[in-house]
Write a protein that binds this ligand. Sequence first.
Ligand code: ATP
Ligand code: MG
Length: 421
Amino acid sequence: MNDLLPGELGGEMAPVETWQHVERTTRELFSRFGYGEIRTPTLEDTALFVRSVGEETDIVGKEMYTFDDKAGRSLSLRPEGTAPAARAYIEHAVSNQEPLTRWYYIGPMFRYERMKTGRYRQFFQIGAEAYGSKEPAQDVEVMDMVVQLLEALGLQDISLNINSLGDEACRPAYQQKLVEHLTAHRAELCEDCQRRLERNPLRVLDCKNEKCQAIARAAPDILQFLCEPCKAHFDEVKRKLDALGVRYVINPQMVRGLDYYTRTTFEFIAAHPALGTASTVGGGGRYDKLVKSLGGPDVPAVGFGLGLDRLTLLLKEGGQQYGAPPDVFIAVADEGSADEAFALASRLRREGLKVEFDTRGGSLRSQMKRADKTRARFTLVLGQAERESGKAQLKPMAGGEPIPVALGEVAQAVRAAAAPR
Ligand code: ATP
Ligand code: MG
């Protein structure tokens, strides 16, 4: 679990300004798509995840932080956001109030994993959920939203992989063929996959073990088994992605690490080596049976989860820096000017400038050193002469002529100097 710190203090993690930039960009963009924010608790009943994510998944089987509270209830730190959102959707009887609901969330998730770059025990997800539309356009809308977010962040070389897992009509026949194939290679499968073969054979396709992956690659292709309605749905998803000009790769091996998916699944995979084996920045899909299986109405849904940690690492790797430098550093030339300089700093902050002021006082030299460090655009030195004349100099720290300014008009002068020429 990481501390996120401002500026250069954070070590391997991206500075908090980068996180804030991604969060701001997300909120702004998602609201343009008509998605409202939800904030659900960090803790849920353990049973929620067992019933939705699935007992045989890595997440529930190995990665959850689970404990009993003082009343003996089993609780878990949420490992993902879709099940909590569905729980809230059911609990607030949202489907009785509106036929189509679109939500997003940004928050911490917890998984007991082996820590490496881009893989942490507390990590953050940006996620979205759309309830009430079974139409391919809804699948495409949520994918488009991710595509536009990555674009807005300036992230390139991230490819969209899509697949369809079929539904309860066609998946059983596929599953049977898959089991036949896997059974033939049973002895070569890892221990986990030998168990998965019994309980949840599709999970084998998701195994990270190389031998299992080789066997998975030779497995029958799920897309060949789709029933007519599932095939039509998938074709329409592809057609609409084409219509929006969204590029994608069809990847029939991709099943995703959770049990609740039906039909469309997708992943966004970064080509960048910065993430190592943690190259998937996000994924999602359709889960038309999830709400009902949790005791809610029969409402179709589709959504995704993106790894905020991984997005910020990619931005950091790209050398981008966020967070504006201070507009002006107010320096005190003599003891008698301290109060007035402090008041000037306060007033300029009220007027909207980003102002640095060293409350420790000290020599003018040490203050100027500090001004340099903060990378302020201007310095203004306030001393007896300035107080008496009501005028001062705005000194551009990058060099150039000082700008004379009346003490009552500093904010205007800084803004005018900031305006593009
Ligand atoms: P992976 O295959 O990398 O383990 P996953 O399939 O377990 O990913 P999802 O459950 O689909 O991941 O979560 C969506 C996104 O959340 C991932 O693509 C990733 O960006 C991020 N994510 C998942 N687990 C972690 C983690 N432990 N640390 C950081 N980010 C994570
Ligand atoms: Mg995982």
